[in-house]
Design a protein around this ligand. Sequence first.
Ligand SMILES: *[C@@H]1O[C@H](CO)[C@@H](O)[C@H](O)[C@H]1NC(C)=O
Ligand SMILES: *[C@@H]1O[C@H](CO)[C@@H](O)[C@H](O)[C@H]1NC(C)=O
Length: 336
Amino acid sequence: MSKLLIAVLLCLAIITPTVLCDDSQQNISVQDLLAYNKWRQKHQRVYLNEDEQLYRQLVFFENLAKINSHASNTEATFTVSLNQFSDYTQEEFKHRILNKKLGQRSTPREAVAEQPHLLGASIATSIDWRTKPNVLNPVKDQGQCGSCWTFGAAGVMESFNAIKNGVLKKFSEQQLVDCVHQAGYVSDGCNGGFQEDGVNYAIKYGIVQSSSYPYTGVGGRCKITSPTSPSVGFYPKSFQKVAQTSSALKAALNLYPVTVSVDASNWSSYSGGIFNNCGPTTDQDLNHAVIAVGYDAQGNWIIRNSWSAYWGENGYIRLAPGNTCGVLLDNLYVTA
Ligand SMILES: *[C@@H]1O[C@H](CO)[C@@H](O)[C@H](O)[C@H]1NC(C)=O
Ligand SMILES: *[C@@H]1O[C@H](CO)[C@@H](O)[C@H](O)[C@H]1NC(C)=O
């Protein structure tokens, strides 16, 4: 890294419109520098020292080059852009934002049978829970914490409660971040976890509203020591896992939003369109929990993320039909 830093130092020292960095094979133009300054101001990045700033700048320029090269690919079905992750390397993105536990179950996942009564039911050509009033809260932001699994779990509990009981509440992700591990589950706050643990915990202890247990994005001491009273907390009773087929996920989506696990390694710069840049995904690759809220007539999945409404399509991403990014592998929804 020090060699690269020196290379950048040299680059910045030479004041010419286009600077050639032999070492990093990266040509930084005045436009790039302006783009960086604008981006940095917008995201109010403060760095520890000058070395870190130079390093971040270099990472930003590499990401910018990738974004520009994607823009020149006329076959791409999706767009990418600068966003809050633009000064992270791919490794940092995985480490800080994605879920380190999801792909590492201690026991292999059991196969889930198709639900014959669901497949027999009429399945709409397309469905989009965003268009139904009072089913989904505004898109949330997990911040720099691998807590996506708490957003997946809380989100499907919110939507179930809204559809079943007619009240759209916001449930506390922070309660799940702080309390699930302490209650004896494998899932561990910002270090990653499973949506299933979040729902199982709520079945036992209840989940309170985020107004009384607000999100901080850092793990802390659990403030709920015993099951809350049913008048305070929401208690789901059961959930259903979804068989690993498109028809099973569609059938489930006709009932409720579904929390799904994906490999989001390539999602950092996504800004719109139909995303299809995932290799063949297996159980071990899963590293992010999100919520499927529907599919369109072409079979593209409509996915709600927890990286703020600033990311993607107002906080959402559309995935190409089938098992794109592993979207069929590990899914559940609340049933009672
Ligand atoms: C940088 O500029 C040089 C000279 O203009 C060019 O040969 C080289 O391909 C450029 N490198 C990149 C990575 O664009
Ligand atoms: C990410 O994209 C690259 C191509 O840009 C592809 O080779 C790779 O398989 C993708 N990674 C994942 C985890 O899907």
